[in-house]
Ligand binder design. Structure first.
Ligand SMILES: [Zn+2]
Length: 265
């Protein structure tokens, strides 16, 4: 601080003006020189440090104030650290809660997926079972396995032969070719003992020349069910089964291609 420069700048003729800032110290006074005024004490404290300041009035206890300020600052820091910690804990708690929600959602999704898979598996199993049942229900087989084909569909001896002749010993079990219903069982002209079965797809089979009939009209049959035994009844020249195939109960067709189409011949 330069007194001379101050006075130089503020010198105004005819006016008295108290200095407004700073502490005027006479030239030659050095730090450590104790003045009786309070203002001087402050100067001394500033210059000489805490030891002198301790004995000075509290208001001038600059070091104490500094310590307090330091402490306050530390407390502020502590408080803000605490707040930060609290905020951090809050964020962590929120994150934990969010994680828990995600984990729960994942658990629910997994359970739902497991249930869906189980449901699909059960549905697939049920479908397969139904499909297997349908295949079993709709499968086709020959009335007799290993019979000897002796005569086919077509004109024979001046008359139309409506089916295939399969030679076999009298009393051979005759089986239903698929799932169906017996719609005729009895004696009928040249057929002798005859059984008609209407199958699930509408096809009707005739079995002729049977020795005996073990089925009754209206009886439900499954593929392979025995409905009677082969014979030589009606217009027949030897023990055999006369087999006719009538699609949708209509006119007879050549059984050969029809059987082939079913993988039966
Ligand atoms: Zn015949």
């Amino acid at each position: 601080m330069s007194t001379s420069s101050y006075e130089g700048r503020h010198r105004a003729p005819g006016r008295h003006r108290a200095p407004r800032r700073g502490l005027r110290v006479p030239t030659g006074l050095k730090a450590g020189f104790i003045l009786p005024s309070a203002a001087a004490a402050a100067l001394v404290v500033t210059a000489s440090g805490a030891t002198v300041a301790d004995s000075a009035p509290a208001v001038f206890d600059l070091a104490g104030a500094g310590a307090k300020a330091k402490e306050a600052k530390a407390q502020d820091a502590k408080a803000s650290a605490f707040e930060r910690t609290e905020a951090q804990q809050q964020r962590e708690a929120q994150a934990t809660a969010a994680n828990a929600r995600v984990i729960e959602a994942q658990r629910i999704a997994r359970n739902a997926e497991r249930k869906a898979v189980a449901k699909r598996t059960a549905k697939a199993a049920a479908l397969k079972k139904a499909e297997d049942a349908r295949k079993a229900r709709e499968k086709w087989l020959m009335p007799v396995q290993g019979a000897i084909f002796t005569s086919g569909y077509g004109w024979r001896w001046g008359r139309m032969h409506q089916g295939d002749d399969l030679a076999m010993p009298i009393g051979t079990p005759l089986k239903a070719m698929s799932t169906g219903t017996v719609i005729f069982a009895g004696v009928q002209g040249g057929y002798g003992n005859k059984v008609e079965i209407e199958y699930w797809d509408g096809t009707v089979s005739y079995y002729g020349h049977m020795n005996s009939i073990s089925a009754t009209v209206g009886q439900k049959v499954a593929p392979g069910d025995v409905i009677g035994y082969s014979g030589n009844t009606g217009r027949s020249t030897g023990p055999h089964l006369h087999l006719e195939i009538h699609p949708n109960g209509g006119p007879a067709i050549d059984p050969g291609p029809w059987l082939q189409n079913k993988g039966l011949q």
